[in-house]
Unconditional design. Structure first.
Length: 80
């Protein structure tokens, strides 16, 4: 049996509503994940708009089970 395990965001994480991520195990039900801001920096450029979500998809015996992921950007919620 495949399953998706979602993990809590770090305690200091700030949620985002301009991105959404949902995952599902192979042929299973969709699960919305909590999406939070993640600071990412390049060599000389701070990259804005990064986000994270924590999950693992696996079979109950610990093998990679496969599945699907959908990520969406909600432009109407982006504050520029």
């Amino acid at each position: 049996m495949n399953k998706v395990i979602s993990y809590s965001a770090p305690d200091e994480a700030v949620g985002r509503d301009d991105f959404s991520i949902k995952v599902r195990p192979l042929n299973g039900p969709w699960q919305n994940l909590y999406v939070y801001k993640v600071p990412v920096e390049g060599d000389k450029l701070r990259i804005m708009g990064s986000c994270g979500a924590s999950f693992d998809d696996r079979k109950t015996r610990g093998y990679h089970g496969g599945g699907d992921l959908i990520g969406k950007i909600h432009y109407e919620n982006i504050d520029i």
